[in-house]
Ligand binder design. Structure first.
Ligand code: 5GP
Length: 179
């Protein structure tokens, strides 16, 4: 088993790159089928979704725009419960179909905050595309339209997701090894 060390934690390989890329391609193909004539605006939530968005957009072939927003709700291994404001959205979403591109939907609190904000800004239709979802952790009534992979309720790193700032560059997903 491949294990790596990041700071004080050990992580073991759980989803290899090839599996990730296949699942991401399938999401892109579904989006191509569903949003062909909707001129969607993709909103990539930084930092975690940068790698997912990069690979996803290579498959998406419908006319579209992509922009990037930032917010943070996570501190180390545990959610802080406080969700900050969206920053960096300069495009108007009024009347548009938007696709929020996220790294992971965990409790759903972050996504709920983003959805509220986009509704308030006048988006017509909002779809969610997430790389990962932890269905057992969901605490909010949120419909996730596109999920590349569902995973158990364990802390993971890689493919854009970090542990205290490290591990985002890993091309595979690793799961924390319990101490
Ligand atoms: P939620 O608000 O849904 O509880 O959390 C969403 C955010 O928490 C994600 O965008 C991500 O940044 C972070 N997060 C949730 N689970 C994990 C995890 O297992 N690993 C990492 N690195 N971040 C996570």
């Amino acid at each position: 088993m491949t294990t790596i060390q990041i700071k004080d934690k050990k992580f073991s390989l759980s989803i290899p790159e090839a599996e990730i890329l296949k699942a991401v391609r399938e999401v892109g193909e579904a989006i191509n089928r569903d949003l062909a004539h909707k001129n969607p605006l993709f909103i990539c939530v930084l930092n975690g979704a940068f790698m997912f968005a990069g690979d996803l957009m290579k498959t998406v072939s419908v006319p579209c725009e992509i922009t990037f927003i930032k917010l943070s709700s996570y501190d180390g291994l545990y959610t802080t419960g406080s969700v900050k404001e969206i920053i960096g959205l300069n495009e108007s979403v009024v009347g548009r179909t938007v696709v929020v591109v996220e790294d992971i939907v965990d409790t759903g609190l972050t996504m709920e905050r983003i959805l509220d904000s986009l509704h308030a800004k006048g988006a017509n239709e909002i779809r969610i595309a997430t790389f990962l979802q932890k269905p057992d952790a969901l605490q909010r009534d949120i419909t996730v339209d596109y999920v590349a992979m569902k995973i158990p309720n364990d802390f993971i790193v890689g493919y854009g997701l970090d542990y205290d700032g490290y591990g985002r560059n890993l091309k595979d997903i690793y799961t924390v090894v319990p101490e």
